[in-house]
Ligand binder design. Structure first.
Ligand code: BEZ
Length: 394
C-alpha cells in the first residue's frame, strides 16, 4: 500500500543533492508549506460541545509545540459533519480530495465515521479518529492509515457489565439513541452483564438526536428495574439526566458510559448525583500529565477540559510522533505510520499504546458523581484492549 518508493525515499535522494549544493525548487517550497489538517467535526446540534472539545484539545497540543510540528506550521481546515451519516462520504471528500489535507481528524459521531472510514480507506489519507467509537473502524474496516485516540464502543461499555453484577443489580432496563454508537454500546454492556447472569428487562431506543424521553421514563417507573443503563451524550445526555431526576426516578440507580455525565457538571450537579459511569478518563485523575493539561486548557480557554478535549489533544500528540519521525514530510506515510504504531502517548488519561488494529489499549475507570464532582472510585478494568475482531492490517 505504501511502497518503498514514497516521497520520503525521494527526499533522501534530494538531501544528498542538497549536500552537493543543488536544491530543487519543489523541495524548498514543500518544506515551507504548512501541514494541512482537516477537522471533520460536529459544529451544531447535540454534538457541538464534543466538536469544540476535540478542536480545542488538538489546538492546545499544537500550541505547546510553538504552533509547529517538525519545524512546519500547521493549518486547520474545518468542515461541519452536521452529525449526518448520509453526508459522511461527501463531507470527507471536501477535505481529502477538495482541500487535499495531509491528515484527516474526525468525527464525533459513529454514523458519520462509517462513511468517513470508507473514504479514508479508498484514498489512504492519514486519519485519526478523536472520538467516534464505531467498532468496525478498528475492526473489520481497519486500515494501515486509520488510527484512533479515543475508544471503541465495546471498550467503554463492557466493563460496566461486571460492575453492575458486583453491585447486585439483576434486572436492568437499557435506553439509548438508535444509531451505531447507541446499539454497539448497549450490546457491549448487555453481553457482559447477561454472560455473568444479569437479565435485561427491556431495551428502549429513540431516533438520534430525539430528546422526548417522557414516555420511556414513565414506562421505566412502571417496570421498576434494579438499575437503568443509558447512553446519551452532549446536550442529549444533559437533558436525559435532568428529565430522569425530574420525574422522580432517582431511587433507581442510573448507570452508563461516562459520555452520559461528561460536560453536565456543574450545571446539572443535583440531577447527576450518584450516577455511576465507566470511561477511559476522569477529570480528577492524579497524574502529572493530567494536572498540566487541565491547567493549560483552563488558561487557554477559560473553562474546564472534558474528555473530548483529551482525545483531541492526544490526536495532536500522535500526529506529532508521526511527523517528527518523518522530519515533517507529510507524504512519507510509511515512516509516519510506523512511528505512530509504536507510539507511547503520555496522555492525561494515563500512558497508552495502540493495539494492532490502532485502537488505544487503556484503563477504564469507574466514576461516580458525588457532591457535585466526578469522583474516581477505581479502575473498572485494566488495560482494556478491543479485540479488533476482523481487522487485517497487512
Ligand atoms: C459516537 O457516536 O461514537 C459517540 C458520540 C458521542 C460520544 C461518544 C460516542
Amino acid at each position: 500500500m505504501f511502497g518503498p518508493l514514497n516521497r520520503r525515499s525521494v527526499l533522501t535522494g534530494i538531501a544528498g543533492a542538497a549536500a552537493l549544493g543543488f536544491v530543487p525548487t519543489r523541495f524548498a517550497i514543500g518544506q515551507q508549506a504548512k501541514i494541512k489538517v482537516g477537522l471533520l467535526l460536529s459544529h451544531g446540534g447535540a454534538y457541538a460541545g464534543p466538536g469544540i472539545g476535540v478542536t480545542n484539545g488538538i489546538k492546545l497540543a499544537l500550541a505547546e509545540r510553538g504552533g509547529k510540528i517538525a519545524g512546519r506550521e500547521v493549518e486547520f481546515v474545518m468542515v461541519d459533519d452536521e452529525s449526518n451519516p448520509a453526508k459522511g462520504p461527501e463531507n470527507t471528500h471536501r477535505l481529502v480530495t477538495g482541500e487535499k489535507v495531509d491528515f484527516l481528524v474526525g468525527p464525533v459521531h459513529s454514523g458519520v465515521a462509517m462513511g468517513m472510514v470508507k473514504v479514508a480507506r479508498e484514498t489512504e489519507v492519514l486519519t485519526i479518529i478523536p472520538n467516534a467509537g464505531f467498532n468496525a473502524a478498528t475492526g473489520p474496516l481497519c486500515a494501515k492509515n486509520i488510527f484512533r485516540t479515543s475508544f471503541s464502543n465495546w471498550q467503554a461499555n463492557a466493563p460496566m457489565g461486571k460492575v453492575a453484577i458486583d453491585r447486585g443489580y439483576k434486572n436492568v432496563v437499557t435506553i439509548t439513541w438508535k444509531y451505531a454508537a447507541g446499539e454497539e454500546m448497549i450490546n457491549a454492556f448487555v453481553d457482559r452483564f447477561t454472560d455473568l447472569g444479569g437479565k435485561v428487562v427491556k431495551q428502549m431506543a429513540l431516533p438520534f438526536p430525539d430528546t422526548e424521553f417522557q414516555a420511556h421514563l414513565t414506562e421505566i417507573a412502571s417496570l421498576k428495574p434494579d438499575a437503568v443503563y443509558a447512553f446519551f451524550a452532549g446536550s442529549g445526555g444533559s437533558k436525559f439526566i435532568k428529565d430522569y431526576a425530574a420525574v422522580g426516578l432517582k431511587s433507581i440507580p442510573l448507570l452508563g458510559p461516562g459520555f452520559l455525565t461528561d460536560g453536565v457538571l456543574p450545571d446539572y450537579a443535583e440531577a447527576a448525583e450518584g450516577i455511576l459511569t465507566t470511561l477511559h478518563y476522569a477529570d480528577a485523575l492524579d497524574n502529572p500529565e493530567n494536572h498540566k493539561f487541565r491547567a493549560a486548557y483552563k488558561a487557554a480557554y477559560g473553562k474546564e477540559a472534558d474528555f473530548y478535549a483529551v482525545q483531541g489533544y492526544d490526536a495532536g500528540q500522535l500526529m506529532a510522533v508521526g511527523l517528527d519521525a518523518a522530519k515533517g514530510d507529510a507524504a512519507a506515510k510509511a515512516a509516519i505510520i510506523a512511528a505512530m504504531e509504536k507510539a507511547e502517548i503520555k496522555s492525561p488519561r494515563g500512558t497508552f499504546t495502540l493495539s494492532k488494529s490502532h485502537n488505544p489499549i487503556q484503563d477504564v475507570y469507574l466514576r461516580q458523581v458525588k457532591g457535585g464532582k466526578e469522583v474516581v472510585l477505581g479502575v473498572a478494568q485494566k488495560a482494556v484492549n478491543d479485540p479488533g475482531t476482523g481487522c487485517k492490517i497487512a
